[in-house]
Each structure stands twice: as C-alpha cells, then as structure tokens.
Design a protein. Structure first.
Length: 576
C-alpha cells in the first residue's frame, strides 16, 4: 500500500520543493526569533543580579530601552515568518490546484463520486497546516535543546528537571497521537456522511416537500448527525484531555522550577536572577511542544489529507503530453468493447462491436439495464473499456486530451444537471472565452433560443444546481444546446426526449437532421419510438450484449418477426 503512494508523495514533495527558498527563509528567521527569545531571561538575570544590587536607575533605563528594541525586532521577525509561511502554503496549493482538481474529476467520474469533494478539500487542509502557527512551532522545536542547555548552565538540577519535564510532555504528545487518531478520523468521516446527506436532501427539496417527507427526512438526517456529533464530542474530549494535561503539567513544571530554584538560592548555589531566568527559559523550551499537542487535531488532519492526496495522485497519474491531432471525421469504430462500471466486478457491456459513419444516426435500443448508458459513458471517455477499443477516425479515445475529446463528442446525459451560473454560461460549458454568437447558435440548433428569450433575464437568467426552477423539458433543451456547443463531430444522446413535449421532440429531430446534413454522426440511446425516427440504423442491446445491428427497418422487422415467433411458440405450448 505504501509503495502505491510513492508517485503521489513524489508529486507532493516536488510541489513543496518549489517553496524551498521560502522555507529556508523561515528557518533563518526562526534562528533569530529564538535567539531573541533569550531577551527575557537575560533581562531578568541582569535586573535581579545587577540593577537591584547596584540600585542604578541609569542601568535599568538602558536595559529597558534595549529590551524594548529587541522585543520589537522579535515581534517583527515572527510576523514576517508567519506571512512567509502563509505564502508558502498558497504557493503549494496553487502548484497543485489544477493537478488535484483534474485527478479528482477523473476519480469521481470513473471510480468514486466522493473524490471530487475530497481532493480539493484535502489540498486546502494541507495548505492551512503550512500557513498555521503549528508549522512555525515545528521550526522552533530544534531550539528546545538549546534552551534546556542554557538551564543546565544555571544549575544541573534545574537542567535535569527540565529534561524530565520535556520527556513527560513528549510522552503525552505520543499518547495524544496514538489515542486520538481513531476518534478524529471517525468523527471526520461521520461528519462528511452527514454533510453529503444534507446536500442530497436540499437537492430534492421539492420532492420532500410535495410528498410530505420532511419529518422522515429530518429523522434520518438527525440520526446520522447525532452520530457525527457524538463522535465529534468524543474526539474533542480525548484531544481536550491531552491539551489540558499538557497545559496543567507545564504550569506545574514552571512552578516546580521556581521552587527548586528558590531552594538552590537558599543554599547559595544559585542567584535570584538565574532562578527567574531558568523558569522563563523552561517555558520557552516547552512552548513548541505545548503548541503541537494543543493543535494536534490540525496536524492529524493535515497528515491524513496528505496521505489521501498521495493516494489520489498515485491512482490518477499525471496526463501525458499528447500530440495534437487534426479535427477527425465523424467515424466511430467500437470493436469488441467490454465495460465494467466503477466499483463493480461484473461487466454491463460485453464484446460490443459496431461502426458509425459520417451523416449517420444510430439508435441504441434495449430494456433498462441493457447497457445503453454504459455505452454512452464509454464513447464519451467517461468510463474506460476493460477490453476492446473505441476509435474516433482511427485514433483511440485516449489519444485525445479529455477537454478536446469533450468538444469533439457532444454528450447529453440521461439526467441533465445545470451548474451555478447563467444559462449562457451553462450552454458555453463555463468557458469564459465563449463567443455569444456560438452560444446562441447552439441554442437555436437545440430549438431552445425562443424558450430562453421568454425567461425573465433571457440568456442571463441565473440557475443553480441546488435550486433549479426550470422544468425538466427546459433543462433538457439547455442540456442539448450545451452538447451542441462547439460544433462536435459526434453527438451522443442518452434518452434525449424523456422530458420533451411534442414540440421539443420535433425540435430534437430537426437538430439531428441538421447534423446529419453537415456530415456529423449521432448516437441515440432510446426507449421512446419518437427518438429513433431519424435513425438510419439500430443497435439492439440485451443484457449487455449486441443482439442485432443493421438498417433500422430491417432490424425492426426482424425483432417483430422474432417476437411473433416467440408469441406463437408460447401459444402452441399453452395449447399442448
């Protein structure tokens, strides 16, 4: 398992190395910040051992002026260090944003629907860790032995007390990591499940309201939410126990240091200034450890997110450089294609073979579950075949960049979802450089132009995936316009008239005729006969296999003949 993450870890390491100069800068500043941390102990040492002894006001004023300047410099350097870490985190995220987004899109489309949210969110978690004070504390941690060595200079007993206290805090930190890992992970997973369910319920608000499901939906969501809250409370209790233990023990340790120092002063083995300075040095030596323990949930979250990012980037390799191919002809060859849906072991499409020529429309018919939508996803490159080849004008689909392929093969899915934005932006596939005339042309081809103009703001009407107030037919027409945008050479329509009225179906057939006249090809997955009126050939799927392929009328006659023969055989069997 660890080996499988090697490629992803290498990508994360390379992105981090691009900020090496910033981290080096932070390390240098940390040296000066921690050196200036000695200002307090040295000042107390001078006040108790020199100023009070000599009763010199001039010395006190000079020391105060110097201390004020040194503290000002320390604060400035610490502030700059924080700003540099924030920029290092931002650079790390910007270096990986496109890579992680693309990998998460592919992962969500081909394997796991939850990956889309996880990838960018995990990257943001790591970025927040890099920019957080916790990472600054880790830069301070190597100076802890230096401060403890300073305590040894004052007196060995004080030094050994500091070492013992530090070891106990490290032990608490180790137990914190060991005992909170499970609760923190469980709480995060349960919270994610509750959030996903909440999103789904909001998407189906109309159905829930109309069917009187509000109470039942709340009960189901509340059960999941209560479990998540319980796990969060448990995780908080465990983490808080260690955080409070660390803080309490550190305060006790400082008091113990003062007590031991006072005893040594009474024994004339230590000065009062050294006693106070030793206590301050101890607090500074243990501060990074206390910070790490107190913010351990952030550290754990970043570690887990980094692991998931490494897994994601390893499972979805970086796209290789592809040679730009000329615009293909509308020739689609599907040869012995077998497709296994993501997460399943049984193929829903087996050994499928057919050819689509320019100016040709092929209808794919079959019962529900026959493999029609699976074929559509395979042709559009969403699902990769487990066997066989799909070629577009001789080139396999993986020879095209996914974004290029998406413009060559227009796709209308069975369920059309619109993105947050205007109707024009949805038709343009969110392309900010899209030309208005191309958007209007696509809408006219889909017979959606007049319908869009009748909306309150026309093409600028805002729609949302969460609260889309358009009808199913309107949404499907906009989805068809989106599929036609960019002048694709092949159009794949999955149940394109499922929500269309008679006018919409006529407009769809007119769009199909226009594409055929332009030498384009169309593949139509259909249940309703109206959808195959313009088809030249039919592909019949049954249980994932090709039952028949050929000219439309010939295939229909054969199906009717077979149906009649089967019906006759059943009737004869019944008489017998």
């Amino acid at each position: 398992m660890q080996q499988s993450y090697a490629a992803g870890r290498a990508e994360l390491r390379d992105a981090r190395r691009k900020s090496r100069g910033l981290f080096l800068f932070v390390g240098v500043f940390s040296v000066f910040v921690n050196a200036l941390m000695l200002t307090g102990p040295i000042f107390m040492l001078q006040v108790y051992d020199r100023v009070l002894g000599s009763r010199s006001e001039a010395t006190l004023v000079a020391l105060m002026g110097l201390v004020a300047f040194l503290y000002l410099m320390m604060g400035f350097l610490d502030f700059v260090r924080g700003r540099v870490l924030a920029r290092a985190g931002a650079r790390f995220q910007s270096e990986l944003d496109q890579r992680v987004f693309s990998a998460a899109i592919e992962e969500a489309a081909t394997r796991d629907k939850g990956a889309m949210a996880a990838g960018p969110r995990d990257l943001e978690t790591v970025q927040k860790f890099i920019a957080s004070p916790v990472l600054g504390a880790l830069f301070d941690l190597p100076f802890t032995p230096v401060f403890i060595a300073g305590i040894f200079i004052f007196h060995p007993l004080l030094g050994w007390l500091a070492v013992a206290g530090g070891l106990i805090l490290i032990l608490i930190s180790g137990l914190n990591q060991l005992l909170t890992r499970g609760p923190v992970l469980s709480a995060g997973q349960a919270s994610a499940v509750a959030d996903r369910m909440s999103d789904r319920l909001r998407n189906e608000a109309d159905v829930i309201q109309s069917l009187g499901m509000r109470g039942a939906a709340f009960d189901r969501w509340a059960n999941i939410r209560r479990r998540a809250l319980g796990l969060q409370v448990r995780s908080s209790d465990v983490s808080g126990r260690f955080s409070v233990s660390t803080k309490t023990f550190r305060l006790f340790l400082q008091s113990a240091m003062l007590g031991l120092g006072a005893y040594l002063v009474l024994q004339n083995e230590l000065t009062a200034g050294a006693m106070i300075a030793g206590s301050i040095l101890l607090g500074r030596a243990l501060a990074p450890i206390e910070m790490a323990v107190g913010q351990w949930s952030l550290v754990q979250g970043a570690m887990k997110s980094r692991q998931r990012l490494a897994q994601l980037l390893s499972e979805v390799p970086k796209a290789r450089e592809l040679t730009s191919l000329p615009r293909p002809r509308a020739i689609l060859d599907v040869n012995q294609v077998t497709v296994l849906p993501p997460g399943q072991k049984q193929a829903t499409l087996r050994l499928c073979t057919f050819r689509l020529e320019p100016g040709e429309a092929v209808g794919v018919i079959g019962q529900s579950g026959a493999g029609k939508s699976t074929l559509a996803r395979a042709i559009t490159g969403v699902w990769r075949p487990a066997g066989g080849k799909i070629r577009l004008d001789g080139a396999t689909l993986d020879q095209y960049d996914p974004d290029v392929l998406g413009h060559l093969i227009g796709y209308l899915p069975q369920q059309v979802n619109l993105f947050d934005g205007t109707i024009a932006e949805n038709i343009a596939r969110l392309d900010p450089k899209a030309k208005d005339e191309d958007i209007v042309t696509a809408a006219k081809k889909a017979a959606a132009h007049d319908m869009i103009l009748q909306l309150p703001d026309g093409y600028n009407t805002q729609v949302s995936a969460m609260s889309n107030r358009l009808s199913g037919g309107q949404t499907q027409r906009i989805g068809l316009a989106r599929a036609l945008f960019g002048d694709p050479v092949i159009l794949v329509l999955d149940e394109p008239n499922s929500n269309l009225d008679n006018d919409g179906s006529e407009a769809l057939n007119a769009a199909i005729r226009e594409m055929k006249e332009d030498g384009k090809s169309i593949l139509i997955m259909a249940h309703r006969p109206a959808a195959i009126q313009e088809c030249d050939k039919l592909l019949v799927l049954e249980s994932g296999s090709v039952r028949a392929f050929g000219p439309r009328d010939e295939v229909l006659r054969k199906l009717v003949k077979n149906a009649n023969e089967i019906q006759t055989a059943r009737g004869q069997g019944g008489v017998a």
